[in-house]
Design a protein around this ligand. Structure first.
Ligand code: MN3
Length: 192
């Protein structure tokens, strides 16, 4: 199947001041698009080229998996943020969050810790396992779909996601992600 890099769900300057136009531009145009280009090249004229992106993520390993999962993860990451995001979810999602973590503040702290403490490059996720929510961190391109989990939110903690704006201060980036960018509407869609 033919892949197309999805458009960003907002303009490149829309996440300012949390994430700069420069970071979004490089991250989307160079990194995200770069994974797509490498994936297309790697699977051209192979049986893999007839699979969907989700199928590739769940059935490949090594180089092809890394490119496919990074395409999928980044598309999910862009949707996990919105201008003027943050705040608390409501309804059933808030109930599930409270059940899993005690309260919103404890969720926030645990998510921030998972994002901060992931050693090297990787991702922090809010996922659904059965009916319960949990926080997961993964290395490199690893992805919750591989483990049969339902991702609700992804935070990219590769250095390219924050280094231009926050230098080595990953925790400041993560705090901004949670407090003013996190798209609870998207989490709610995935929670159903
Ligand atoms: Mn990235």
């Amino acid at each position: 199947m033919e892949f197309k890099l999805p458009d960003l769900p907002y303009s490149k300057d829309a996440l300012e001041p949390g994430i700069s136009t420069m970071t979004v531009s490089i991250h989307y145009d160079k990194h995200h698009r770069g994974y797509m280009t490498k994936l297309e090249k790697a699977i051209a004229d192979t049986p893999e080229s007839s699979k969907s992106l989700e199928e590739l993520v769940q059935s490949t390993e090594g180089y092809v998996f890394n490119q496919a999962a990074q395409v999928w993860n980044h598309t999910f990451y862009w949707k996990s943020m919105k201008p003027g995001g943050g705040g608390k979810p409501d309804g059933a999602l808030l109930e599930a969050l409270t059940k899993a973590f005690g309260n919103y503040e404890d969720f926030k702290q645990q998510f921030a810790e998972a994002a901060r403490d992931e050693f090297g490059s990787g991702w922090a996720w809010l996922v659904k396992e059965g009916d319960a929510l949990r926080i997961l961190s993964t290395s490199d391109a690893e992805n919750p779909l591989q483990r049969g989990l339902v991702p609700l939110i992804a935070c990219d903690v590769w250095e390219h996601a924050y280094y231009l704006d926050y230098k080595n201060e990953r925790d400041q980036y993560v705090e901004r992600f949670i407090d003013s960018l996190l798209n609870w509407d998207f989490a709610q869609e995935n929670f159903r």
